[in-house]
Design a binder for this molecule. Structure first.
Ligand code: PMP
Length: 357
């Protein structure tokens, strides 16, 4: 019996992928060893690696001007790698501060390049900026935005097109919205939500941007090295890449980014519907137009009711509904592989809990 898994990441993955991996795990296609026990330079792993890279390109519909890179270390490492690779001394970039993850990108990134705040939605971070709220300085190399703030539960309904190339952290809605390739230089995200187990980021980066990266970077921190070496300069996170390839194939079968976007919107509508129809019993703290499709943050009238709601949810087989420890409250993270049935289980619980309270 699988739980209704609302965890924010790592999170639920398609059962078909887990079962396929289980069947292949101990003896990979008759090789007498698991794939994770073999050389990453051997033919079995190379085929898996190349297929996963090709799927990461095709599912995202990334054009030829972009490299597709598998980089160990998660999305957090990109907070440093991006300014390292994109900014030379004296160059600057803006960042829209919309919540925890863009703030972290800023505090890490300033060690490696001149980042400035182009918008600060604090202290509450309940809305993303409109284009005219973004203050872009002259000679800005890029604007960093977090398309969906996983903790605060806000999302850019449209990515800002201001004539400045975007660097977009899409971790918590990765490949669940089409990427506007014309206006981005870098798209990145950890894979451990929509795409696979933890352990790496997929980074889409414009070729012309990494060609001009500063020379003084260690190999593992240089995008061009990943591009030249097929994301295999050093030992890649083989298990994560293997599983991510399977999930990408599953995403393809779900209609790719357009299919995932539609499914995410439907799940989000169901839960926001339950909030909006509760006469204020459930409250969403975020601006309606900027509501996240994947991380629905909500509150109940009191902390006691929130605890009771969570305890009953666990009884009903739902896990991961507590809000991030930094903000409290509740959060339903509904990534690509979360079945609709889990969403309806949550909505039923919300409706019945409100009626009984
Ligand atoms: N950005 C966003 C939007 C995230 O949600 C997260 C993780 N929850 C991160 C960055 C950091 O990712 P990682 O843990 O892979 O470093």
């Amino acid at each position: 019996m699988r739980a209704h898994n609302f965890s924010a990441g790592p999170c639920t993955l398609p059962v078909s992928v887990l079962e396929e991996a289980q069947a292949e795990f101990v003896d990979f296609h008759g090789a007498g060893a698991s794939l994770i026990e073999m050389s990453h330079r051997g033919p079995q792993y190379l085929a898996v690696h190349d297929e996963a890279l090709a799927l990461a390109r095709s599912v995202a519909q990334a054009p030829d001007e972009f490299e597709v890179l598998f980089v160990g270390g998660g999305a957090t490492m990109q907070f440093g790698m991006i300014p390292m690779n994109l900014l030379h001394p004296g160059e600057k970039a803006g960042i829209a501060l919309t919540g925890s993850w863009s703030k972290k990108a800023y505090s890490d990134g300033v060690h490696h390049g001149a980042l400035y705040s182009a918008f600060d939605g604090g202290p509450d971070y309940t809305a993303t900026p409109t284009t005219d709220q973004l203050q872009i300085e002259d000679d800005t190399k890029y604007l960093h935005v977090c398309s969906n703030e996983t903790i605060g539960g806000i999302r850019f309904p449209t990515l800002p097109d201001l004539g400045v190339p975007l660097v977009v952290d899409m971790s918590s809605e990765y490949l669940a919205r089409p990427i506007p390739w014309d206006i981005v230089d870098v798209v990145f995200g950890g894979v451990q939500k929509n795409l696979g187990p933890a352990g790496m980021a997929i980074v889409y980066v414009r070729k012309s941007v990494i060609e001009r990266a500063p020379a003084n970077l260690a190999s593992a921190l240089r995008y061009q090295v990943y591009a030249n070496k097929n994301s295999m300069y050093n030992t890649p996170p083989v298990f994560t890449i293997w599983m991510t390839g399977k999930v990408l194939k599953w995403i393809e079968s779900q209609g790719g980014t357009v299919g995932l976007e539609r499914a995410a919107a439907a799940k989000a509508d169901a839960v926001y519907g339950a909030i909006d129809e509760s006469d204020g019993f459930f409250r969403s703290p975020v601006a309606t137009a900027d509501r996240s499709h994947t991380n629905v943050v909500f509150r109940l009238p009191t902390g006691e009711l929130e605890q009771q709601f969570l305890a009953e949810a666990v009884e009903l087989g739902m896990v991961g509904l507590e809000g991030h420890f930094s903000v409290g409250g509740l959060r339903a993270s509904m990534y690509a592989a979360l079945p609709e049935e889990s969403v309806w289980t949550l909505v039923d619980h919300m409706t019945s809990f409100k009626e009984r309270s």
